[in-house]
Design a protein around this ligand. Sequence first.
Ligand code: SF4
Length: 321
Amino acid sequence: MQYVFGPVPSRRLGRSLGIDTIPLKTCNWNCVYCQLGRSRPMTNQRKDYIPLSEILSDVERALSTIPRKEIDWITFVGSGEPTLHAGIGWLIRQVKRKTEIPVAVITNGSLLFVKSVRKDLLEADAVLPSLDAGTAALYMRINRPHPDIAFDRYVAGLIEFRNEYRGRYWLEVMLVQGLNDSVEALEQIEALVEKINPDQVHINLPTRPPAEKWVQPTDQEGIMRASLILGEVAHVIQPNEGSFVLECGGNYVEALIGIITRHPMSEDQLLHSLELLPEVKRAQIIQSLSSSKKVQIIERYGQSFWCASPAVFPDSRKEDN
Ligand code: SF4
């Protein structure tokens, strides 16, 4: 399956079956903490990046082979910004017709100012946009958006969607040390949270390999500061060390590459996902992955992370700055 991956353990959605509607890394932001590396090139064009019929047939296959109890949510997420696929609304409606499993969309929220995008997301059971900054200046530093996504426009979209949407609306604040974890930055975010009025605010940390080497998650004090300032609506999201389900019909290498492409894995997670296999088989899989041209290893926070090799990190073999 090319466009469906997992289920992967999600910090917010339990066991999440991912639907990836766009090629790596198709995004209109270039966040400093992005686990998929730098956006090269950045695009704000909405179109059918991948034929809808191919995505839907992967979804049908996954739903017919993966036991229902292993999936908590079906989540549009993956190689970039899912709302850039012009057919996302149609896909959400099709998935909802095929299963009662709830559907979530993890999005940066940047296109919610566009009426048709808001309409596309109305049938999702949960929409989870980002809000990392309370000012345009900080937004430019953290999210490094496409020039067409001005801060005011983006925030107006987040507010407008709240007025129209009846599902669960959960904002995410990714806390980066020294950028948005000060009292001032958090109070500015809080002022916007009041206006947007989400059901919850999820305080999250960049625990997977950030695009920029200097990015660090905030510390315990920063988390407490954020909880206090953002108030009752805020929930701290704990790192999820749950296991990955490798539904692969025996092709473990391809299944792992499918996950790593959307969801870099630490070495421990990778080994854990294979622990039920005989040792010899595990060694063969690790050897095949190491020699695959589709995989690269990026060092962050003193750990090795397995990432897709086309992903552009400053320390990628192909990136020289
Ligand atoms: S974190 Fe999300 S919004 Fe930010 S650059 Fe990566 S894919 Fe795009």
